[in-house]
Design a protein around this ligand. Structure first.
Ligand SMILES: [Zn+2]
Length: 344
């Protein structure tokens, strides 16, 4: 069984983007009411958008299921006001729900949250509850920087976030720490902002007792953990120097994915981080598309790197491909039951 824990619906039918354009244009009209989702997308359009893209890659690469969430760079929490983010989250999450309903074996759903910089998390908590309890979602993406590139909000370990963590624990769902676009021209979104955020989030967590307060909270840091595995010695040393617990304690609650797009990077990740903390992922149809001329295969064909990694036991490989995902996302149980009965 192979579960890809990190895919975005980057190929959604154009009506979604058109709605977003009209929604944000409305913000510029003085006195105009907010534009709630008003678009229609047919089932065949959804099927077509996936069959040629994500589903084709799943089949080619032997991936059984992808945990799918809305396009991360389009979350753009800095745009407009809390109502803007709420309407946009509804539009995107409802579409993900339709994908998971049309393809209950090939996709499970993770939601975006209607965060808005400078505002509280009540709407995010309500949307998480709606998605998990009413729509069967199994987790959420949490933007640690809803300003989208300016980092002027509280760190992930601030009590500002605690009500959301309480709800995540209650619902038994993890979050992937995932930024969106970057309004700051210093930080290219996928080349700098994403990896900066992964790295910054890890350091925030290292400095805090958030997992003392929430011992069962689970956070996935994507893109291989940013710069963290490469600088593992620095983080171990900083923790020691500052009287913080060893990293092994932090790694009871923190997981990295395998969205690292070359063999040496994956080899380093596997050597430094325990296989119990690594979840298979490709972010296919995401940040980096195209073929690596050095290998002849797509950069994001991460299964090849895991398969080729030496010194990885079959047990460890199985954990990375599926076992860890089933543990970190307990609500995958319903999908696993469907998968098992379909296989018989
Ligand atoms: Zn992503």
């Amino acid at each position: 069984m192979i579960i890809d824990c990190h895919g975005h619906y980057t190929t959604a039918p154009k009506a979604l983007d058109h709605y977003r354009a009209r929604q944000t244009a409305r913000l510029l009209e003085p006195g105009a009411p907010p534009l709630a989702p008003d678009f229609h997308i047919g089932d065949d359009e959804i099927r077509d958008s996936l069959e040629r893209n994500q589903l084709r890659l799943q089949r080619e690469r032997g991936v059984d299921m992808t945990i799918l969430s809305p396009k991360a760079s389009a979350m753009a929490h800095h745009v407009g006001n809390p109502t803007t983010s709420l309407h946009w989250a509804h539009a995107c999450n409802d579409l993900i729900h339709r994908v998971a309903t049309l393809y209950p074996l090939q996709f499970t759903a993770v939601c975006q949250l209607p965060q808005s910089p400078g505002h509280g998390l009540d709407a995010s908590i309500a949307e998480l509850e709606r998605c998990v309890n009413d729509l069967g979602f199994i987790g959420c993406n949490l933007n640690p920087d809803p300003s989208d590139g300016h980092w002027n909000g509280p760190p992930l370990t601030d009590r500002y976030w605690y009500p959301l963590y309480e709800k995540m624990v209650e619902l038994d769902v993890p979050a992937m720490i995932h930024v969106s676009c970057s309004c700051n021209p210093n930080f290219h979104h996928t080349g700098a902002h994403y990896l900066n955020a992964d790295t910054a989030a890890f350091m925030q967590l290292l400095l805090s007792d958030v997992f003392v307060d929430f011992p069962t909270l689970r956070l996935i840091i994507p893109h291989g953990g940013g710069a963290v595995p490469y600088h593992w010695g620095r983080y171990r040393g900083l923790a020691q120097q500052m009287g913080r617990p060893p990293l092994s304690q932090l790694m009871r609650n923190v997981y990295f994915d395998t969205c690292v797009y070359h063999q040496p990077g994956i080899d380093l990740l596997l050597r430094v981080v325990s296989p119990e903390n690594i979840l298979f992922a490709s972010e296919a149809f995401g940040a980096v598309q195209g073929v690596d001329p050095e290998t002849g295969f797509n950069f994001d064909d991460t299964r090849r790197y895991i398969d080729a990694a030496t010194g990885l036991s079959d047990t460890a490989r199985g954990q990375i491909y599926a076992g860890n995902a089933l543990r970190v996302y307990p609500r995958l149980r319903a999908w696993a039951a469907r998968f098992a009965s379909a296989a018989h």
